[in-house]
Design a protein around this ligand. Structure first.
Ligand code: CO
Length: 155
């Protein structure tokens, strides 16, 4: 399989040049920005987080385009986002229907989202966003790697 089309190349398949190029760039991730957890009932989930962990909501936000409501809990310099669908046709609704509640994605901070996308693509990995998308925290782009939806957030 060509490294340009491989989604999850094995170490042995990896192009030594791509690894060397990535190593030359250095680590892309500067921090965990947030972990998003899909829940059926946002109010019930927040109650659980308050009762179990004394969690405090930083803010709540309705993201109409994605059909999602999210509640953001600050943890040191990172966040936990509890996300719940507001429409049955939203991607999070599909996620919940397929596998139930659980970790939806992990978002890492990068210094430059477009540059990070270039590095990932140069290493032969497919991305879900060809260009960074505008998001509340800054430009972001996503890919799936080893079964995990990963977001790279410029922040
Ligand atoms: Co996110």
């Amino acid at each position: 399989m060509s490294p340009l089309t491989a989604r999850n190349p094995n170490e042995s398949d990896r192009d030594a040049q791509a690894i060397a190029a990535a190593a030359a760039v250095g680590p892309l991730f500067t921090e965990i920005d947030h972990v998003a957890i899909a829940v059926d009932d946002l109010g019930a989930a927040l109650d659980s987080y308050r009762e179990a962990f004394g969690a405090v909501v930083d803010h709540r936000e309705l993201i109409d385009d994605d059909g999602v409501e999210e509640a953001i809990l600050k943890v040191a310099q990172s966040y936990i986002k509890l996300i719940s669908p507001t429409r049955t046709d939203s991607a999070v609704a599909e996620f919940l229907a397929e596998g139930g509640e659980g970790v939806h994605h992990v978002a890492y901070r990068v210094r430059d989202c477009a540059a990070a996308l270039d590095v990932v693509r140069a290493a032969g990995y497919e991305v879900l966003d060809e260009e960074p998308r505008r998001a509340s925290r800054g430009p972001t782009a996503a890919l799936i790697l080893h079964g995990t939806l990963i977001e790279m957030v410029e922040a």
